[in-house]
Design a protein around this ligand. Structure first.
Ligand SMILES: NC(=O)c1ccc[n+]([C@@H]2O[C@H](COP(=O)([O-])OP(=O)(O)OC[C@H]3O[C@@H](n4cnc5c(N)ncnc54)[C@H](OP(=O)(O)O)[C@@H]3O)[C@@H](O)[C@H]2O)c1
Length: 211
């Protein structure tokens, strides 16, 4: 079975953590950066390939957006075209510099990304899981980390369910893309626990209990 190539926009902490875990699982990964040289250096260290945002968007069969929120519109200007018809995983949080959310209530970062990328099959996922948790591994004793995901296209959600499942995370379909309005604040809860309450980033994650 040929695994899909994963394009990743962003070589920051999250982009590299997602790349590292997927390379380990055998996925071909193509990292994209503002600076193609930085992407190829980061990629070489991870066993992946690297280049520009536009190249990562073209090469990826599934594309992960792992960018700082303010930088998303600029990156999408050069990559929205190649994203048409593709599964796009939005793991961003629309964080403001003062620790708030730039959008919410009546829209979400994910819905704004979907609007900016006509034809892209956007799925919100991984936004509430710290990069350090991906690095440390998905298991907390007998439990694994829940990966809530939402999106409007069932086949895209199925592809993301397979991908996060392959990473050892426990996927939970939380509904349509609108549910990102709740998943983004959920990520900010994790940020508050780590930044203000002192929980180590690699040692806290959400898990859904079910009876
Ligand atoms: N870190 C986590 O644990 C975590 C977990 C879940 C979700 N997230 C979300 O993932 C996104 C990336 O977070 P991160 O922690 O990876 O951030 P980071 O380490 O600070 O990386 C910033 C990313 O934004 C890109 N960027 C583009 N233009 C930029 C500019 N002018 N200044 C600074 N950065 C610029 C960088 O891309 P280049 O490659 O082009 O430099 C880099 O990939 C955020 O939306 C965050 O909310 C992060």
């Amino acid at each position: 079975l040929k695994l899909p190539t994963i394009g990743i926009l962003g070589t920051g902490r999250m982009g590299r953590a997602v790349a590292r875990i997927l390379v380990r699982k055998g996925y071909p990964v193509y990292l994209g950066s503002r600076d193609a040289g930085r992407a190829s250096d980061a990629a070489a260290a991870l066993g992946a390939e690297g280049g520009t945002y536009a190249q990562a968007a073209s090469r990826g069969e599934i594309v992960v957006i792992a960018l700082e929120w303010e930088t998303v519109p600029g990156a999408l200007l050069v990559s929205a075209g190649p994203l048409r018809g593709k599964v796009v995983i939005d793991c961003t949080n629309p964080e403001t510099t003062d620790g708030g959310l730039a959008v919410g209530h009546t829209t979400s970062g994910a819905e704004e990304i979907a609007r900016a990328c006509p034809g892209a099959l956007v799925v919100k996922a991984l936004n509430h899981i710290y990069a350090e948790v991906l690095d440390a591994g998905p298991h907390f004793g007998p439990q694994s980390v829940t990966a809530f995901l939402c999106g409007d296209d069932p086949s895209a959600k199925a592809a993301v369910t397979t991908l996060v499942g392959a990473c050892g995370l426990q996927p939970v379909d939380a509904g349509p893309l609108q549910v990102a309005r709740y998943l983004e604040p959920a990520a900010m809860l994790m940020v508050a626990l780590v930044r203000r309450q002192g929980y180590p980033a690699g040692d806290v994650a959400l898990a859904l209990l079910r009876r």
